[in-house]
Design a protein around this ligand. Structure first.
Ligand SMILES: Nc1ncnc2c1ncn2[C@@H]1O[C@H](COP(=O)(O)OP(=O)(O)OP(=O)(O)O)[C@@H](O)[C@H]1O
Ligand SMILES: [Mg+2]
Length: 225
C-alpha cells in the first residue's frame, strides 16, 4: 500500500505573475506533501510572498495551475482559499487593533445561533479551547492593540490553525517572536505535521528552515531551483 505521507496535497504548476514590467514569478512549480514542511528561502523581493498570495487568492496569478488534492482550484480571494483548506499567516500583521482577541479570531465567520444572533458564548468557548490546545495563555477579552507584537503574531498563527486547513502557509512567522514563542511555534508545527497537515514555511533564517523543514527550496529573483 502506498505510504499516505507521500501524497502531494498541493501542486503548483507553471505559475507566473508580473507587476507591470516586473516579472516576479516565471513558470514556477512547487509540490507539497501532506504531513511535511516545505521551507522556502530566497532573497528580499525574490517573490516568495507573491507566490503564496497568488495561491491564497490575494493576488490573481497571470498563468499557471494550482491543484489541491489533485483537483484544480483557483481562489477568488482569501475567504475562498480559507473555505477550501488553505490558511496563511501573513508577513504583515493585519488585525483590528481596537477589537479583542475573540473578535479578531472570528472576524468574517461569526457563528450565529438558531435566532440568527451572533453566538458570543460559543465564540468564547471555542477560542478558549483553541488556545488551551495550543498551550497558549491569552487574555481573550483584551483589545489587540494592547498586546505585544509577538503575542499578536501568535494569535495570527492560532487563527490560521483554527481553520482546520489542509495547507498552512507561514510567511516569516518568527520575525517578532521571543525564543520561547519560537519553540512553541515549532512544537505546534510538529503537532500539525503529525495530523497530516502540509506546512509551507518562509524564512530568511537558515537555522529555522533546517530545524523545521523536511524539504526546502532556494530561489533568487529570476531563478527558482
Ligand atoms: N502589490 C504589489 N505591487 C507591485 N509590486 C509588488 C507587489 N507585491 C510585490 N511586488 C514586487 O514583487 C517582487 C517580489 O516581492 P515579494 O514581496 O513577493 O518578495 P519576497 O520574496 O516575499 O521578499 P521578502 O523576503 O522581502 O519578504 C518585489 O519586486 C516587489 O516589489
Ligand atoms: Mg515576503
Amino acid at each position: 500500500m502506498a505510504d499516505k505521507k507521500d501524497d502531494v496535497v498541493l501542486s503548483i504548476r507553471g505559475m507566473s505573475k508580473s507587476f507591470g514590467r516586473n516579472r516576479v514569478l516565471d513558470h514556477i512549480n512547487l509540490d507539497v506533501k501532506r504531513g511535511t514542511v516545505m521551507g522556502l528561502m530566497g532573497e528580499n523581493g525574490a517573490g516568495k510572498s507573491t507566490m503564496m498570495k497568488c495561491l491564497f487568492g490575494t493576488y490573481q496569478k497571470d498563468e499557471g495551475n494550482i491543484f489541491l488534492n489533485g483537483k484544480e482550484v483557483s481562489f477568488s480571494g482569501p475567504k475562498d482559499a480559507l473555505e477550501n483548506g488553505i490558511a496563511m499567516v501573513h508577513q504583515e500583521l493585519n488585525q483590528c487593533l481596537e477589537r479583542n482577541v475573540i473578535d479578531n479570531l472570528f472576524l468574517g465567520r461569526y457563528p450565529v445561533n438558531s435566532m440568527g444572533v451572533i453566538d458570543e458564548g460559543r465564540m468564547k468557548k471555542e477560542a478558549a479551547e483553541l488556545f488551551r490546545k495550543l498551550g497558549m495563555t491569552v487574555n481573550l477579552d483584551q483589545p489587540m492593540g494592547r498586546m505585544s507584537v509577538s503575542q499578536r503574531q501568535m494569535c495570527e498563527i492560532a487563527k490560521a490553525i483554527s481553520y482546520n486547513s489542509k495547507v498552512i502557509v507561514l510567511d516569516e512567522p518568527t520575525s517578532s517572536l521571543t525564543v520561547q514563542e519560537v519553540d512553541k511555534l515549532f512544537e505546534m508545527m510538529r503537532m500539525l505535521k503529525e495530523q497530516g497537515i502540509a506546512l509551507i514555511y518562509i524564512s530568511h533564517k537558515m537555522d529555522e528552515i533546517l530545524r523545521s523543514a523536511m524539504r526546502y527550496r532556494f530561489f533568487g529573483t529570476a531563478i527558482w531551483l
